[in-house]
Design a protein around this ligand. Structure first.
Ligand code: NAD
Length: 484
């Protein structure tokens, strides 16, 4: 059985307590993981601090970009190992990990290597009352030791989304991957070694959140900034932990995303897009649409077509090439999702399809699969319409006017992503900016350009990452003013 250990100062360091890394496809133990103690988190932070004062701290942006390209190549060289590790930890289909998670991890390093190489700096010439001038210019410096805490749904993709820009800016990082998905962060440590990343620049501490490695990291006085992706409530706890030392935070949190489908949409393309938007990664993408609003004229046709799509998913073993939907991440998470399925019924939903657990007659019955599920008929005030479920499920409701659709979509305390489906260009331009969200897609979903701002409003987060926005979070600007 494989043992996964923390990675501190360039060495794999076992912790005293172990816990199991479960394969969600059949509930088997994929690996054992050793938990980092408070002392180990101290050591990781100290190793990161030391690295900032060593050769890493002296490397310029071009030198760091070269290292980032090597990391990208290292991920690609071990492509199959990363895919297998991600599939074993998450249960996501092989096809998805190969198409999305692992290629995006390499792309994250390449894009931020490119971004740091071309990033300019601000300069202003200031005219003074006495006729003299001052030149103001900014220099970009690393923020220091960055604590990175990540979730289980897109483990490597989301981890590298933060590690890459943090390293591009010259920081050292201590990452705390989700306890559910520790493997790829650990494998990345080997890639870092091979790419010549100096010891202490990339550290991994394994463990849980409260009273474990996660809390020890985010409350550590030696950590200069915290970037976190995960649940909104966890974000609130982390914010409290960061308050005493006034650490800057970047939060990518939960969502209850809306999709608005107008009758003039390209129907087949919309159904294909919405099928991904609801069911990709078993609905465990923060950007997934759990609230779908459809113009009444095409409501029945839409529900019927999305139902056909839901039926077409192959809930196979994750490593089978034909599998198109894997299990949920854990027993606990499945209980949560199923409790929402029960709640939806209590709240008066019509179950169009799904709503339960599939049976297979093999090892998958010990895994954490659920059926792709569509509800209709709920009131807008229902908890199932208001709260994030994070499973392969949506509620579909009709609307009659554009104004009503906008109001329904915006009636949420979250605000991560929205999608609009229409072939009326003017309508798209009119409606998209009205969405109370950080990202609005028109006639597409999860189409990403890594230079663009990514983040949410309300309960969905604080700040934006992506392109220059990431550089601004992961660096401190020093404005230098010289009177000439
Ligand atoms: P989670 O908040 O339970 O855990 C995320 C990470 O935080 C884990 O590593 C966990 O160990 C750690 N953690 C938990 N409590 C902590 C604490 N008190 N202090 C420090 N660390 C702590 O989230 P999850 O269940 O792993 O992920 C699912 C959630 O993530 C969903 O809400 C989803 O919408 C959200 N998400 C958001 C985005 C985005 O970009 N906005 C992307 C992916 C997932």
């Amino acid at each position: 059985m494989k043992s996964l250990h923390s990675y501190i100062g360039g060495r794999f360091v076992p912790g005293k307590r172990g816990f199991a890394d479960i394969n969600p496809a059949d509930g088997s133990v994929a690996a054992t993981v050793t938990e980092a103690s408070a002392e180990m988190v101290d050591e990781a932070v100290a190793a990161a601090r030391k690295a900032l004062h060593g050769e890493w701290g002296k490397l310029g942006a071009r030198g760091r970009a070269t290292v980032l390209y090597k990391i990208a190549e290292g991920i690609e060289k071990r492509f199959d190992c990363f895919v297998q590790a991600e599939v074993a930890d998450t249960g996501k289909p092989l096809s998805l990990a190969s198409r999305l998670d692992v290629p995006r991890a390499a792309a994250n390093f390449r894009v931020f290597a490119d971004v740091i190489k071309i990033a300019g700096l601000e300069a202003f010439e200031t005219e003074l009352p006495d006729g003299r001038r001052a030149l103001n210019y900014t220099v970009r410096k690393p923020i220091g030791v960055v604590g990175i805490v990540t979730p289980w749904n897109l483990p490597l993709l989301l981890l590298t989304w933060k590690v890459a820009p943090a390293l591009a800016c010259g920081n050292a990082v201590v990452v705390k991957p989700s306890e559910e998905t520790p493997a790829t962060a650990t494998l990345l440590a080997e890639v870092m070694q091979e790419a010549g990343v100096p010891d202490g620049v990339y550290n991994v501490v394994h463990g849980f959140g409260p009273n474990s490695a996660g809390e020890f990291l985010v409350s550590h006085p030696g950590v200069n900034a915290v970037t976190f992706t995960g649940e909104s409530q966890t974000g609130a706890s982390i914010m409290r932990a960061c308050a005493p030392t006034v650490k800057p935070v970047s939060f990518e949190l939960g969502g209850k995303n809306a999709a608005v489908i107008f009758a003039d949409c390209d129907f087949d393309a919309t159904i294909a897009g919405m099928s991904d938007a609801v069911f990709l990664n078993t609905g465990q993408v923060c950007l997934c649409a759990e609230r779908v609003y459809v113009e009444r004229r095409i409501f029945d046709r839409f529900v019927a077509a999305l139902t056909e799509r839901a039926k077409s998913y192959d809930l196979g073993w994750p490593m089978e090439p034909a599998t198109s939907m894997g299990p949920l991440i854990s027993k606990v998470h499945r209980e949560k999702v199923l409790s929402y399925f029960d709640l939806a019924r209590e709240e008066g939903a019509t179950v169009v399809i799904g709503g339960g657990v599939p049976t297979f007659g093999d090892g998958r019955d010990s895994g954490f699969y659920v059926q792709p599920t569509i509800f209709t008929g709920l009131k807008e005030s229902a908890r199932c319409v208001k709260e994030e479920i994070f499973g392969p499920v949506c509620h579909v409701a009709p609307f009659d006017s554009e104004e009503e659709a906008v109001a329904l979509a915006n009636d949420t305390r979250y605000g991560l992503a929205a999608s609009i489906w229409t072939s009326d260009l003017q309508r798209a331009h009119r409606v998209a900016p009205q969405m109370n969200a950080g990202i609005t897609w028109v006639n597409c979903w999860f189409l990403r350009d890594l230079r663009t701002p990514f983040g949410g409003v309300g309960l969905s987060g604080i700040g934006r990452e992506g392109g220059m926005h990431s550089l601004n979070f992961y660096s401190e600007l020093n404005n230098i003013c010289i009177r000439t």
